[in-house]
Design a protein around this ligand. Structure first.
Ligand code: HEC
Length: 146
């Protein structure tokens, strides 16, 4: 009988993990590389958990529901992260983290993240598809009473 699972699988996944660790440790330094990065299984799980904490404000997979077009970020107008460049997201998050970028909220959020986590999140959101959603418009409530 031929064994196709088990050892083979373990070997290849530990290779992936090793390559992932090497690559990910270089991510913060690779500010200008614009390649597509594949997450290891472990990184994918980790980044999904991290990104879930951003969803309350930045929407599911970075597609925030925006109230006022692409106006300045505010509590009601959280920036869309999906499909933005990785370098842009990276530099904004690093700026929030070291305090060089002004923020109402994000300096708190970024302080709890390691450099690797910031790199994972920037990569994750850059890989999401921006959904062109209708802007929320204020609606006048109108009742017809016949
Ligand atoms: C409580 C709401 C909230 C949560 C949660 C949140 N953000 Fe933000 N985010 C904001 C707001 C508001 C801004 C605009 C800057 C500011 O005022 O802090 C912003 C700005 C940003 C920006 C800069 C976008 C730009 O175009 O300037 C990035 C990148 C970002 N957030 C990433 C994240 C990530 C990644 C997470 C999860 C780890 C996260 N945010 C969690 C509200 C939030």
């Amino acid at each position: 009988m031929q064994q196709t699972t088990g050892p083979m699988k373990t070997a290849s996944s530990s290779w992936l993990l090793l390559i992932g660790l090497i690559t990910s440790s270089l991510w913060p330094a690779l500010g200008h590389a614009d390649g597509v990065f594949a997450f290891t299984a472990e990184q994918a799980t980790h980044v999904r958990a991290l990104a879930a904490s951003c969803a309350a404000c930045h929407g599911t997979l970075g597609n925030a529901v925006v109230k006022e077009g692409n106006g300045p970020p505010s509590e009601e107008n959280n920036p869309v992260l999906a499909g933005r460049s990785r370098e842009d997201l990276l530099s904004k998050l690093l700026g929030f983290r070291d305090g060089s970028r002004k923020a109402t909220i994000m300096h708190q959020h970024s302080k709890g993240l390691s450099l690797e986590e910031i790199a994972l999140l920037a990569t994750h959101f850059s890989q999401q598809k921006p959904i062109n959603q209708p802007r929320l418009q204020p609606q006048a409530l109108k009742a017809e009473h016949g």
